[in-house]
Design a protein around this ligand. Sequence first.
Ligand code: NI
Ligand code: MN
Length: 225
Amino acid sequence: MPQARFLGHSCVALTEGDHRLIIDPFLTGNEKAAIKQEEVEVDHVLITHGHGDHVGDGIDIAQRCGATIIANYELANMCGKQGVNVHPMHIGGAHDFPFGRVKMTIAHHGGGYGEDASIYTGPPVGFLVTIGGKIVYHPGDTGLFMDMQLIGEMNEIELAFLPIGDNFTMGIDDAVKAVEFLRPRRVIPMHYDTFDVIKADPNEFAAKVKDCQTIVLNPGDNIDF
Ligand code: NI
Ligand code: MN
């Protein structure tokens, strides 16, 4: 049975059998992170976009673990130049990996890397990860978009992680609409409370979501799916 562990902000670790991957490993510099980057042991690192709170420790983890970074073409190449294994993909494309399948989806957001986010790392993306036969949707940072309806229509999503923190991404009401579009079996809020400007109440989100189980995970919590 695959397992998801929420590590804080937008960082999610997925495991199934011997397969271990991590998405958006922003651990160093996040006071609320459940673990330190040195504790991460993975084979793949998925990164949604170039912002520091998503690339996070990704390059260091890939270097230390010999893991492969999966990211859009521009961001993957930037990481590859630093000597790590990369697998570049792009929006609309899917690929089979040892742990399962990854499809890259659109996201409405920015995508620069570096202290002022001025290094071009392509557009932001989201991921549909099929692992243990179940589909997990991690949209990265994004505003609400109508194509979520199509993503929901074409994929039986078991678990959707959705940003609710507002300001940089969807806020609660738009995330509630996203649940309507995506129709996942379970939804987990993320990308809130890490900084003052993205304070949000996950219980308000849970109360507003209809026809879907909302699970509020604290950093470090696991869920089998
Ligand atoms: Ni961002
Ligand atoms: Mn972010």
